[in-house]
Ligand binder design. Structure first.
Ligand SMILES: Nc1ncnc2c1ncn2[C@@H]1O[C@H](COP(=O)(O)OP(=O)(O)O)[C@@H](O)[C@H]1O
Ligand SMILES: Cc1ncsc1CCOP(=O)(O)O
Length: 184
């Protein structure tokens, strides 16, 4: 949280990478700052698009052999080899304090019980579950306050079948632009 915006948090995040985290989540500006590609967003909020951060995320995942997740209107999750795009979510999440932090908790929870499922798929699944719960909560919410309460209820009651049915996910090869314009 606030990597880039607050030097103390940037230093801590860079230091924590030494411990080889299984997955790292941030918004686009946070991931760019972690990768040393920008100075960060506005406070805890992103000022960069997820697509701007895609190359940095892929490169970082390859260098550190882990999964990098970039949140935004469409989430990008990569292990450096594949890129999963998750379109589930609702903009009201950006108006709920802790919306990004809580996603980190859900990722950690799913990773803890992933069994034989890859880290990439488990991390992407967490984004799907979170995004679908947000979509359900937003229906009928009067604003960020009632949304937050409805969101927790939706997260607690979502079934695996409902998640599969409502998932909006695409997977593709993770490619980074080459200087000559070719993908790698
Ligand atoms: N414009 C948007 N539309 C729909 N969902 C969004 C939008 N922006 C962010 N989200 C969702 O909000 C959650 C938190 O992401 P984000 O707001 O980027 O994190 P942070 O709070 O760290 O900036 C993610 O699940 C993401 O998919
Ligand atoms: C400053 C702060 N302290 C605890 S949560 C929080 C903000 C979390 O940011 P986000 O809503 O982006 O997860």
């Amino acid at each position: 949280m606030a990597i880039g915006a607050l030097p103390v948090r940037t230093d801590l995040a860079v230091d924590l990478i030494r411990f080889h985290p299984t997955a790292v989540r941030g918004n686009a500006s946070e991931i760019l700052a972690l990768a040393g590609a920008s100075s960060g967003g506005r406070g805890v909020d992103a000022t960069d698009s997820t697509y701007t951060a895609a190359t940095a995320a892929i490169t970082f995942a390859r260098e550190h052999d882990n999964v990098i997740a970039v949140s935004g209107p469409e989430d990008l999750i990569t292990d450096g080899k594949a890129m999963v795009r998750v379109a589930n979510g609702d903009a009201l999440l950006t108006r709920m304090t802790g919306g990004g932090c809580a996603l980190g908790s859900v990722i950690a929870a799913v990773l803890a019980v992933r069994g034989q499922i890859s880290t990439l798929d488990a991390t992407a699944s967490a984004h799907v579950i979170y995004g679908i719960a947000a979509e359900r909560a937003a229906r009928g919410a009067a604003g960020p306050g009632s949304f937050a309460v409805r969101f927790l209820d939706a997260l607690a009651s979502l079934s695996p079948e409902e998640a599969v049915e409502a998932a909006r996910v695409r997977a593709e090869h993770a490619s980074t632009p080459e200087p000559n314009g070719a993908g790698a």
